[in-house]
Write a protein that binds this ligand. Structure first.
Ligand code: PMP
Length: 432
């Protein structure tokens, strides 16, 4: 039976008259997959409920934060209790050091950190700090990695390392990105060449250690080790952007899994338990360059907001307490879904390449092994759009872009695995 989207459609129309595209973040508008986006009315566990009363199995988890599932009782209780005491003070509360201590315990490379209100801010501040600490201007990032929408990081790849950054958005002056180098992911020689060409000028490498923003892409064996060795040799800082992977791939993020100690780490999403939070942290000598101790200015009216800290403490405490069961269970559920869906594609003759790690997974509609942005781009985007819509019609809400990782939560269990695989089987039967 086809789902009705009448109420969502009306809400979208109204929103479009007031908010550009009807959305506060572009990917929510479903432009790359087509069709109208459902409007969410509520959520519980692994499921979203829309304005028409439809139920969807959620595979984007608010783009990462909802690792415990929606409306987890411990998180809701913590937020309600905090709210009863007031919503913001612009002065310090005990909760900030409480969450900071949980993060420092879990992520050993972070000796000190500061909270902000988004991943964008966290990365922007970490870059400023890296430039101040090294006294250098250039930053090196990788194609397909997303680090928020600050000007210097909205960069398209130039053709080759000799080319300086090209603005990735209207409104970003060339001058603003002239110090941003964008290289292919998983290519050590490109990094070596960049450091040769810009000797003594590169402040930092910033990388998603496991990429989520081009779909899920794993680092090749030795790649992250090489980035660590090169930055150390060249006196540049290594920044792991773990806004997505932090507390998701493991308690200590990708750096714990790959045994790499970056100089700085950016976090967000999970550490806010669904409220607006970001954080950046790392070595003490670097972090102490921040105002009021040092010359690097950085601030925020709502930074360390008590509701956000309460949601973060509840989420992270739960993950710490249950770490021995929760991460293996997430990985196993994700493996079953990843492999199960790919098997159905194969049976139906649909070309597919699947990448997954921990609770992140992406099904690319290509036979090419996806190792960087270019190979991710070989995916048949029209086919992905059809797949997305057909799954949505069957009550499964995947991230509405091929270039986004799907997330599994601790509320996804056996029933959800079976439901997903059988829906995929039906969809693949009519996809070609
Ligand atoms: N870095 C990474 C790796 C991200 O995935 C994101 C958000 N998807 C950001 C930074 C930006 O975070 P925010 O949307 O909270 O500004």
């Amino acid at each position: 039976m086809a789902l009705s989207f009448t109420h969502s459609r009306a809400l979208q129309k109204r929103a479009e008259s007031l908010i550009p595209g009807g959305v506060d973040s572009p990917v929510r508008a479903f432009r790359s997959v087509g069709g109208d986006p459902p409007f969410v009315a509520s959520a519980q566990g692994a499921y979203l409920y829309d304005a028409d009363g439809n139920r969807f199995l959620d595979y984007f988890g608010s783009w990462g934060p909802m690792i415990l599932g929606h409306a987890h009782p411990a998180v809701i209780d913590a937020v309600q209790k905090a709210a009863a005491n007031g919503t913001s003070f612009g002065a310090s509360t005990a909760a900030e050091a409480e969450l900071a201590s949980l993060v420092v315990q879990a992520v050993p490379s972070i000796e000190m950190l500061r909270f902000v209100s988004s991943g964008t801010e966290a990365v922007m501040s970490a870059i400023r700090l890296a430039r101040a600490f090294t006294g250098r201007k250039f930053i090196l990032k990788f194609e397909g990695c997303y680090h928020g929408h600050s000007d210097a990081l909205l960069v398209k790849a130039g053709s080759g390392v000799a080319t300086l950054g090209i603005p990735g958005s209207a409104g970003v002056p060339e001058e603003t990105v002239q110090f941003t180098l964008a290289l292919p992911f998983n290519d050590v020689s490109a990094v070596e060449e960049a450091f040769r060409l810009h000797q003594g000028k590169i402040a930092c490498i910033i990388v998603e250690p496991v990429v989520g923003n081009a779909g899920t892409i794993l680092p090749a064996p030795g790649y992250l080790e090489a980035l660590r060795a090169i930055t150390e040799r060249e006196g540049a800082l290594l920044i792991f952007d773990e806004v997505m992977t932090g507390f998701r791939l493991s308690l200590g993020g990708a750096q714990e899994i790959f045994h790499i100690k970056p100089d700085l780490t950016t976090l967000g999403k999970i550490i806010g338990g669904g409220l607006p939070v970001g954080a950046f942290g790392g070595r003490q000598e670097i972090m102490q360059m921040l105002a009021p101790l040092g010359p690097v200015y950085q601030a925020g009216t709502l930074s360390g907001n008590p509701l956000a800290m309460a949601a973060g403490i509840a989420t992270v405490s739960h993950l710490i307490a249950e770490r021995a069961t929760i991460y293996p269970q997430l990985a196993e559920t994700t493996r079953q879904i990843a492999v199960g869906v790919a098997k159905e594609a194969k049976a139906a003759g649909v070309p597919m390449s699947v990448n997954w790690m921990g609770s992140m997974v992406t099904w690319f509609f290509t036979e090419t092994n996806v190792t960087d942005f270019d190979t991710a781009s070989t995916s048949d985007m029209a086919r992905f759009g059809k797949f997305h819509r057909a799954m949505l019609e069957r009550g499964i809400w995947l991230p509405p872009s091929q270039y986004e990782a799907a997330f599994v939560s601790a509320s996804h269990g056996e029933a959800e695995v079976d439901f997903t695989i059988s829906a995929a089987r039906e969809v693949f039967a009519n996809l070609l």
